[in-house]
Design a protein around this ligand. Structure first.
Ligand code: NAD
Length: 335
């Protein structure tokens, strides 16, 4: 099987490339990534010399490049490429509309043009909006995005749905809860907390910190996408979640306690505008239809993740100093 993975130098995409090449030794993967601030080629260092993997620097909005790539023939496209940080979308939504919406349409056009057998859109539970009481998002929950980020992801989901209904393209949309694990850019809650705590710097917590998120280990997410690629019914949406609800404050406190750092590092800051209160996923459909279930418990997964950041402090420093951005030039000037 030959896969095109977009956004594969980012957090989930790079974990997915490693996961797939380990699980399916005969598969070939081409990764295309624009290497924005969030894309780090160092995340793919382990597969740098692997003949089954090829990296292409490129923008999914670049129609000529995407068509040229896809014309080589692929069985599956998995679209991870996105602007992914809510706070950035609040400051400026335009890159989100460009990559998340237009980029998705370019990929769908290429799928149609060159007859790719399967297209997977990696989406998010944030497209459902906020839960204010009990209950869970199911695949039938109406889309009700609240941030420019989630609105752009919901828009992309609708284009993917339309491509299936209009052209009969075999698509799946996966909507996953918050991921954590190795290689996550330290602007997101868990790596930011670890990183600041290691330097004894204050840890910003939005508002009262009582916002609830459902946490899933990134490798459980990758395994779910693998199942969807192989067994997902055409046109279906699959929710992916860990039934692991925690308030942001609980997560931060647990990390501090695992690192033996004082809670006095916590600094409550003004809440994010329009901050969603609670996300929680009902993943019954993927469990029942595809037999997927998470393998990581949150406590164990969090311990391993903290250990990974402790073992990769140079990676963290290079990301924070933006030095990782020079990695691509260094690597490719050698070839
Ligand atoms: P990330 O920000 O770490 O990675 C995104 C990658 O996309 C980066 O490598 C970046 O360089 C690349 N990219 C951005 N614009 C591009 C463009 N125009 N062309 C090509 N590449 C481009 O994000 P992530 O956390 O790994 O998320 C991956 C996907 O999963 C996103 O679509 C996101 O919406 C979705 N998702 C993330 C989470 C989470 O908790 N992180 C949860 C659910 C869904």
């Amino acid at each position: 099987m030959k896969l095109l993975v977009t956004g594969g130098a980012g957090f989930i995409g790079s974990n997915f490339v490693h996961y797939m090449l380990n699980e399916h030794p005969t598969y070939r993967i081409v990764t295309v990534d624009a290497l924005t601030y969030a894309g780090n080629l160092e995340n793919l260092k382990n597969v740098e010399d692997d003949p089954r993997h090829q990296f292409v620097k490129g923008d999914i909005c670049d129609r000529l490049l995407v068509f040229d790539l896809v014309s080589d023939g692929f069985d599956v496209i998995v679209n991870f490429a996105a602007e992914s940080h809510v706070d950035r979308s609040i400051l400026d939504a335009s890159p989100f509309v460009r990559t998340n919406v237009l980029g998705t349409q370019v990929l769908l056009d290429a799928v149609r043009e060159f007859g790719v057998s399967k297209y997977i859109q990696v989406s998010t539970d944030e497209v459902y909006g906020s839960l204010n009481g009990d209950g869970y998002f199911t695949e039938d929950t109406p889309l009700s995005p609240n941030s420019p980020y989630s609105a752009s992801k919901a828009s992309a989901d609708l284009l993917v749905r339309a491509a299936h209904h209009t052209y009969g393209i075999d698509v799946n949309i996966t909507r996953c809860s918050n991921n954590y694990g190795p290689f996550q850019f330290p602007e997101k809650l868990i790596p930011l907390t670890i990183s600041n705590a290691l330097e004894n710097r204050s840890i910003p917590v939005y508002g009262d910190g009582q916002q609830v998120r459902d946490w899933l280990h990134v490798l459980d997410h990758c395994r779910a996408i693998d199942q969807v690629i192989h067994h997902g019914r055409p046109g279906e949406v699959y929710n992916i979640g860990g039934h692991n609800e925690r308030t942001n404050l609980e997560v931060v406190k647990r990390i501090l306690s695992l690192l033996n750092k004082p809670e006095s590092l916590i600094q409550h800051v003004q809440d994010r505008p329009g901050h969603d209160r609670r996300y929680a996923i009902d993943a019954t459909k993927i469990r029942r239809e595809l037999g997927w279930a998470p393998q990581y418990g949150f406590e164990e997964g969090l311990r391993q993740t903290i250990q990974w950041y402790l073992d990769h402090q140079e990676w963290l420093q290079r990301v924070k100093s933006k030095d990782y951005m020079r990695y691509y030039e260094r690597q490719y000037s050698r070839r």
